[in-house]
Design a protein around this ligand. Structure first.
Ligand code: PLP
Length: 356
């Protein structure tokens, strides 16, 4: 080993889902199958490209204002970043500095472990129960902070607001982050609790419900005190996180509430129909409240199924990790994309017409 190797910060990186460049039925990274709001296209077409010679607004003013308006909070209660991954990473850096371990579920978004290791934050995973539910009592012990997604990923399970509140209430000496990447497909948001608990941060994204994964926009909403700490950390790291194009498009996406809600309805309808179809094929799955379904089949090996689908250009997500070896995560696509998936599955299980 070279001498300098000893002082290199080495990390085991997060592995994102594949982005196949060929034509594929892409149900593997929970993207939205519908385009962003029409205003985004119009804004991009009429964009003043001369403006790109200048740095963007470091405070992301117009986008922060639009989000504050949408969520009925002050502009000093909103922090934006380059996708919620950037926002969450900034939260880890800013708020998780205890010698005590940060708590998160054992089956959850795998990025949490990566950031904890990157920033040398001690952590302890709390086992979800046999039905993949959070066990709230496990979060009552002393810790250095708490983070969990609601709905959880990849289990798709939504915890009712009273469960979320119970965890926040039992952890008022540390920061609790609720990662609500999928909340719009689910139910009540922890945003209702931000005035009640000064240790709460809610993080959301434009990547799923707002159809803008490619634009990279995420945000945190909390009280002005915690948002100030986040901004101080951001300005010590990279002042110009959101580029000019993202700022303009982000505003347009938030403005069009009607389009947003229509898109949610379509995905939720397709999800509920897809649950029925999966059930007919003998799959078992959790009660998904997100834009993906976490499914297993008692008679078919998940890895074999995953490989067979991939060979046909149908991409879903499979990890093969502990406790979820037999599960795959299927993003809810358009009705047409899901039909392709089901036609393939019926053939694979010798229950239907040949798939080609
Ligand atoms: C998708 C996802 C994110 C990150 O989304 P961004 O594209 O970075 O905004 C964060 N948390 C969870 C649980 C997710 O599934």
């Amino acid at each position: 080993m070279k001498e300098f190797e000893k002082n290199i910060r080495r990390v085991k990186p997060y592995v994102p889902g594949e982005q196949p460049q060929n034509k594929a039925v892409k149900l593997n990274t929970n993207e939205n199958p519908y385009p962003p709001a029409p205003g985004v296209r119009t804004a991009l077409k009429s964009m003043d490209t001369d403006r790109l010679r200048l740095y963007p607004d470091p405070a992301a003013g117009p986008l922060v204002e639009e989000l504050a308006r949408f969520y009925h909070v002050g502009t000093d209660q909103v922090f934006v970043g380059v996708g919620s991954d950037d926002v969450l990473s900034m939260c880890f850096l800013t708020f998780f500095n205890s010698k005590k371990p940060v708590f998160f579920p054992d089956i959850t978004y795998s990025f949490y472990k990566v950031w904890a290791e990157l920033y040398r934050i001690p952590y302890e995973c709390q086992r979800v129960d046999e039905n993949f539910r959070l066990v709230k009592e496990d979060y009552y012990r002393e810790n250095g902070g708490v983070i969990f997604p609601n709905p959880n990923a990849p289990t798709a399970l939504y915890e009712e607001l009273n469960v979320v509140e119970d965890i926040i209430a039992h952890n008022q000496d540390v920061i609790v982050i609720v990662d609500e990447a999928y909340i719009d497909f689910a139910g009540r948001s922890a945003l209702e609790l931000i005035d009640k608990y000064d240790n709460l941060i809610v993080v959301q994204t434009f990547s799923k419900a707002r159809s803008m994964a490619g634009m990279r926009i995420g945000y945190a909403i909390s009280n002005p005190g915690l948002i100030r700490y986040l901004n101080d950390a951001k300005y010590s790291f990279n002042s110009y996180t959101l580029n000019q194009t993202s700022l303009i498009c982000g505003v347009e996406a938030v403005k069009d509430k009607e389009y947003f809600e229509e898109g949610l309805r379509k995905i939720i309808n397709t999800r509920e129909w897809a649950k029925g179809e999966l059930g007919k094929l003998g799959f078992r799955f959790t009660d998904s409240r997100a834009n993906f379904i976490f499914a297993t089949h008692p008679d078919y090996d998940a890895k074999d199924l995953f490989e067979a689908m991939k060979a046909k250009g149908i991409y879903v997500r499979y990890w093969g990790s502990e406790r979820i070896e037999q599960y795959m995560r299927i993003t809810v696509g358009t009705r047409e994309e899901m039909e392709i998936l089901f036609t393939f599955l019926r053939e694979y299980m010798n229950k239907g017409e040949p798939y080609d």
